[in-house]
Design a protein around this ligand. Structure first.
Ligand code: NI
Length: 179
């Protein structure tokens, strides 16, 4: 296991479209996920996409701690999601504050679908399919955007709501979440 260096906005790997994982059970993938788990735990974030650690593959890891879930959902255990596909369930969207380990110290308000289905493969290569709402749905949309070179400021409609956490907290008391 090793802590991986996290790419910051401006690094080309964050702007590209990641490649599908051809074999989720390959030893290289297991090692990558181990290192991503360690890196995410060290960062205190809730999600990490492979391009953020300089690996342009369609793989994300995330979890939803019990203090971040809504009324409808419990905590979501650590999940490895490979070659994900997201389908919005309904048109409803909501805005909330996001952060990203690739934009340290910054936060912004982003509109996301509130109810989605996501599908992909787990580390054993088995299909995984879940419905997600609220913060869980937000985290998955944020992480999967990384696989297409999209960072959350690119999803924002009002750049007045983008800034340094320390300053925004003083002005607006935003909820902090780093993904
Ligand atoms: Ni991010």
């Amino acid at each position: 296991m090793a802590l991986l260096k996290i790419a910051r906005m401006g690094t080309p790997v964050l702007a590209g479209v990641a490649r599908p994982v051809t074999d989720p059970t390959a030893p290289d993938i297991a090692r990558l996920v181990d290192d991503m788990r360690e890196t995410l735990a060290d960062s205190g974030g809730v999600g990490l996409a492979a391009p953020q650690v300089h690996v342009p593959l369609r793989l994300v890891i995330f979890h939803v701690p019990s203090n971040r879930t809504g009324e409808d959902e419990g905590a979501v255990p650590e999940t490895v999601l490979i070659n994900p596909v997201i389908t919005p369930l309904g048109e409803e969207r909501a805005e909330d504050w996001e952060g990203c380990l690739s934009l340290p110290g910054l936060t912004g308000r982003v509109s996301r679908f509130t109810h989605i289905r996501y599908e992909g493969l787990d580390l054993s290569g088995a299909p995984l399919s879940r419905e997600a709402r609220g913060f869980h749905a937000r985290v998955v949309q944020h992480e999967c955007d990384h696989l297409d070179g999209v960072l959350y400021p690119m999803r924002m409609s009002d750049m007045a709501e983008f800034g340094y956490v320390e300053e925004m907290r003083k002005a607006l008391a935003p909820r902090r979440g780093e993904e």
